[in-house]
Design a protein around this ligand. Sequence first.
Ligand code: GLA
Length: 387
Amino acid sequence: MREQLLQKFGEIFGGTDGAKLYFAPGRVNLIGEHTDYNGGHVFPCALTIGTYGVARKREDKKLRFYSMNFEKLGVLESGVENLKPEKEADWTNYPKGVIWAFGEKGYEVTNGMDLLLFGNIPNGSGLSSSASVEVLTGAILRDMYGFAVSNQDLALIGQYSENRFNGVNCGIMDQFAIAMGQKDNAIFLDTATMEFEYAPIHLEGAKLVISCSNKKRGLGDSKYNERRSECETALAELQKVVDIRTLGDMSEEQFEANKGAIASEVRIRRARHAVYENQRTIKAVAALKANDIEEFGRLMNASHVSLRDDYEVTGIELDTLVEEAWKVEGVIGSRMTGAGFGGCTVSIVKDSAIEAFKEQVGRAYLDKIGYAADFYVVEIGDGPVIL
Ligand code: GLA
């Protein structure tokens, strides 16, 4: 991999002197979906698949970008000054956004760079290829300029750039999971306080399987922002009757006793998801610590039902993948992961059932949806590294 990437960099940008290779992972969220912008808990982990970048500082102010995933686009050029998001959403808006965000935070990027990327996360799959590029860019800039920023800062700067430069009102989960990833551990993060702990994931006799729907998110970003504002409105309505800062502050009982303050049935369902999903996440981590993987799986399944019925972010593709997975013997739990509206599901599958899982779910999906799903057995990896 290393040799191939450096060679390609040399061909595109002329030689490899001074070029360095970096990697940032993708992520999968095990449970705690659409809770991170509601002051709730999340439980994601970094993966061993992700984005590789070869980068070199330039003497001038030019930014030159090349992605091996979008070779047809060729080299895309811009300047390091006056960075603005381009209307056409090409991938360079992510590294450009992070360069811009470093400047906003007082870390001035003075020079241009040549940057070649290669990602082995399926694009638009809900495994955070964009946050992976953001954290990767941050790790490159930190190394190139010696900026005193921690991995947690890289996560915050990545989120800031996605919110302000790319106009997606995402929470902190993706960038945090990627920047703070630790091999064989998931991260139990309280997004209200940013307190977190690592929880070892030892799936004895089972693996994490990602099923990719191959449905691109499309309208996802605007729907995402819509869900977010529905929750904000519901919170404001609840705050008239209870003393809470976020939906993550509420217990299920407190929600049931006060939900009448929310004036629309749709918003009641949105807020119900946020409250119950947060509590489910806390319970799931407790179950995992008690070695009760079956209970963890049941909570994953309940998470999907809530995302399907109350939050309405699944769609026929993700529902088919999950409902077919539930039918396979040896599946401990299965749910959609990430923002939804397409993308992937995550399942915990016993080793002995993995082949049957791919076969049965794959066939049923193709029959119903008309195109194939892809399956990946994944491993939990570390955060960004210089290779
Ligand atoms: C996207 C966002 C995250 C989070 C998830 C849903 O991945 O980037 O911040 O809100 O959706 O849980």
